[in-house]
Design a protein around this ligand. Structure first.
Ligand code: FES
Ligand code: FES
Length: 175
């Protein structure tokens, strides 16, 4: 089987992969780069477990071929996780019982990461819309939505705190 060399950026680092023409990007990330946080469930675009961000957009990693990723910027769940501990989304999922077996969780995290990137304080409707393509077979969605709402609430509080602090700084400067 012929392999193709693909150069891309994954989680901020330039990498090179040797992929078979038929190999999905999710499979290549897992087998070539050891990034096994991206899960493969249905492998035909239904479950969302393989969701990654490619050039700023959420993508089903099982529906994109590795060879199509030439020159792309790819973000996986490893790239949004701190080297120690959990990201705010991951922490909220843990606190709000947003996972059981965890198989869907990397895809959920990536879908929510994209939502919070484009909409820092999303409404419940926006949260539901963002995860509408992610299937969870065991937890149910209530805990996942609660977790996302908690992150959105924290973002709102941080923003209003920043506004207050900046307002005080401005009034000091103008005084
Ligand atoms: S594994 Fe890609 S959508 Fe299910
Ligand atoms: S936590 Fe098991 S599939 Fe979602």
């Amino acid at each position: 089987m012929t392999h193709h060399q693909v150069e891309l950026t994954v989680n901020g680092s330039k990498v090179s992969m040797q992929v078979e023409p038929r190999q999905s990007l999710a499979d290549a990330l897992r087998s070539q780069l050891g990034l096994t946080g991206t899960h493969l469930g249905c492998e035909h675009g239904v479950c969302g477990a393989c969701t990654i961000i490619v050039d700023g957009e959420p993508v089903r990693g099982c529906l994109m071929l590795g060879v199509q990723a030439e020159g792309a910027e790819v973000l996986t769940v490893e790239g949004v996780s701190p080297s120690e501990g959990l990201s705010p989304i991951q922490e909220a999922l843990r606190e709000h019982h947003g996972l059981q077996c965890g198989f869907c969780t990397p895809g959920m995290v990536m879908a929510l990461h994209h939502l919070f990137t484009i909409t820092p304080s999303p409404s419940e409707d926006e949260i539901n819309e963002a995860i509408s393509g992610q299937l969870c077979r065991c937890t149910g969605y209530q805990g996942i939505v609660s977790a996302a709402k908690a992150v959105a609430q924290k973002q709102r509080e941080n923003r209003s705190h920043d506004t207050t602090v900046n307002g005080k700084e401005n009034s000091c400067r103008s005084a």
